[in-house]
Structure formats: structure tokens, C-alpha cells
Design a protein around this ligand. Sequence first.
Ligand SMILES: [Zn+2]
Length: 146
Amino acid sequence: MAMTFLLRNFEGSCHCGALGFSFQTELPVAKWSVRACQCRFCRAHGALTTSDPRGRLRFHVSDDELPEHYRFGLKTADFLLCKRCGVYVGAQIATTHGAFGIINALTTTPVPQGLPAAAPADYGSESPDERVARREKQWTPLESVV
Ligand SMILES: [Zn+2]
């Protein structure tokens, strides 16, 4: 008998709730890919990011003024922070193959029990093309950019 997997929905948001997401994945929490990116931005936020290339992601915004679309480094993605409460919720990229995103797993509410230990990740040596290609492969398909 084939195993059936259930697409589970995880909601998350910034502290004040203006910027949130719905992340759907079949992966059990213990199998999530949790990454501690070693760039200065992610370390400063203590962010642990996750994505599922077979999942689905949608960001939602209660006030269009509030998401900050912060770009740095190669400037290929928007890092979404709430301008009111300062929380880094996730990132998005739009490419010729569609839109893709990651979430800061620590902004999932509640933070799921049993998250795997984060693997340190260092993407500093990537070229712009390599960076986009990695995100298309590893990030979660995003309904649309916000
Ligand atoms: Zn907020």
C-alpha cells in the first residue's frame, strides 16, 4: 500500500501580525530542512529558515505599507521584515521560472515541536546565477510575491 502524506498547513507571522504566511508541506516537522544562514543579516536576526520545494507558500499582508522589502548582497531576493515590529518573516524571489520563498521557521505560530537542529549554511561564494538557481530548486513555490 502506498503511503499517503498529508499536506499540513502552518501559519506564521511577525510579532504585530501585519505580515504573515501560510506554509503547506507534506514533510513531517522532523524532516524539515532548517538552515542557519551565516550571512550577517540572518545571524543578526537569529533566523532559522526553511522551505519545501514540493510545498506551497503564500505571504499575507494586512497593510501594504508595512512589509519592508529589504535587499542586500546580490539583491536577488526581497527579505520581508515588518516595519512596525521589526520581525524578519521570510524572503521571496521572482524568476523566469516563477516565484519562490522561504520562511523564518521561528515565526511559525506556534513554533512546531521537534524542529531539527539547524544546519549552518554559507552561500557567500555563489555567483548571482548560482544563487537564483539554488533558490528555484530549494525554496518553496510561492503563490505570488507581495
Ligand atoms: Zn509586525
